[in-house]
Design a protein around this ligand. Structure first.
Ligand SMILES: Cc1ncc(COP(=O)(O)O)c(C=O)c1O
Length: 403
């Protein structure tokens, strides 16, 4: 038994089997590379699911964590927390939001957004406005509120009754939203680009139209930027790419440069509804996570970083399009910046395994969509090295028969 297998055995015996895990244990990371317990190296096109946007163990983040760890790890939100205030100041200077609430994950940020939208409507004298419109194929998390907001059957199965107050409509269909709005609607919740649902990019006008609809009806627009935030699309936030500002935005994943942290940003008008006693999180905005986030943000917003992400993303998509010319099994290539996908005509899980055997980590979603979420500082050389492996694997897959 090798060292990976030993860890796999421990996981199988003692860890809840909520994930279908690959047979390797990753124990070390540096930049775009990770190593398993048997010291095999992989080039990472997953980034811990859009978390390691700076690559693994970025020296600026590691150093900030070490420094903060020497000073203070945790203190309650009963007191002012210096790195939290600084992080909020930084974030507000970079987007529409005037204030931030901090939590620990994406799903928690979504719960916060649901609560804020309802409480805001209540405070506006509209206690009847409790419904939120969300999109089919969305993904917002696994807690009861977030999974009720998520319009995917497989996420709901066995967990009914869902939280009431969500109406689902097709993504990228403004007419469907118009039809769904009622006197009970308090908000529309949407990912600017759907991540888990298949890397679905909307028409350029879609978010703008949602915004004007919300404005006309006096309801709130919430963008879930948990996956698209922090440079993933080549803009710091995806809504900036679409030139549309929401009233509320949820963040997590890459915010902490690898450390767990989530956040909710909103305008002053809306955030006024969170007053003492309405919402809280013990670990939310703790000094360690905020110090890591501050360091990470400094790198992402540094000179040329996002421009480079955009250029690398364009290069990557060109290479994928070349692949599509050679392989008729490819149905579609899509994405923005470095959230990219190949939609296949057949299930893609074997491609993931073959890439892994050859030292590349990629991801498959919705059974037939290969998703690429590399660190944003990945090089063209790294991208080039993946192509022959992908090509070979797609050739093999195209000859395979599925029932
Ligand atoms: C768009 C989006 N929202 C929310 C979440 C939930 O985040 P977390 O897993 O940190 O709870 C995810 C996770 O993949 C996501 O992609």
């Amino acid at each position: 038994m090798n060292k990976n297998q030993k860890i796999a055995l421990l996981t199988k015996k003692h860890v809840a089997q909520t994930y279908g895990r690959y047979p390797i244990a990753l124990v070390k990371g540096k930049g775009t590379r990770v190593w398993d317990k048997d010291n095999k190296q992989y080039l990472d096109f997953v980034s811990g699911l859009a978390v390691a946007n700076l690559g693994h163990c970025h020296p600026a983040v590691v150093s900030a964590i070490k420094k903060q760890a020497d000073k203070l790890l945790h203190i309650s939100n009963l007191y002012h927390i210096e790195p939290q205030s600084q992080l909020a100041e930084q974030l507000t200077s970079l987007c529409f939001a005037d204030k931030f609430f901090f939590c620990n994950s994406g799903t928690e940020a979504i719960e916060s957004a649901i609560k804020l939208a309802r409480r805001f409507s209540f405070d506006q004298g509209h206690p009847e406005r409790t419904e939120i419109i969300t999109m089919q194929n969305s993904f917002h998390g696994r807690t009861m509120g977030a999974l009720s907001a998520t319009a995917q059957k497989k996420i709901h199965t066995g967990f009914q009754p869902l939280l009431p107050g969500f109406k689902y409509v097709p993504f990228n269909n403004i007419q469907a939203v118009k039809k769904a709005i009622s006197k009970k609607t308090c908000a529309i919740l949407v990912e600017p680009i759907q991540g888990e649902g298949g890397v679905n990019v909307p028409d350029p006008s879609y978010l703008k139209e949602l915004k004007s609809l919300c404005k006309n009806k006096g309801i709130l627009l919430i963008f879930d930027e948990v996956q698209t935030g922090f440079g993933r699309t080549g803009s710091l936030f995806a809504h900036q790419l679409f030139k549309t500002q929401p009233d509320i935005m949820t963040l997590a994943k890459a915010l902490g440069g690898g450390v767990a942290i989530g956040a909710l940003g909103a305008t002053n008008r809306v955030m006024k509804s969170f007053v003492p006693g309405t919402h809280a999180a013990t670990f939310g905005g703790n000094p360690l996570a905020c110090a890591a986030a501050l360091a990470s943000l400094k790198v992402i917003t540094g000179k040329g970083f996002l421009k480079n992400t955009l250029e690398t993303g364009s290069y990557f998509i060109e290479r994928l399009q070349e692949l599509a010319q050679e392989h008729s099994i490819i149905k579609n290539i899509r994405g923005k910046g470095l959230i990219l996908a190949i939609e296949l005509k057949k299930p893609g899980s074997e491609v993931v395994l073959e890439c892994m055997e050859n030292g590349f980590l990629i991801n498959c979603i919705q059974q037939n969509i290969l998703r690429f979420l590399p660190p944003l500082n990945i090089t063209r050389k790294d991208i080039n090295s993946l192509m022959p492996v992908l090509s070979k694997s797609l050739s093999r897959l195209s000859t395979k028969k599925f029932k």
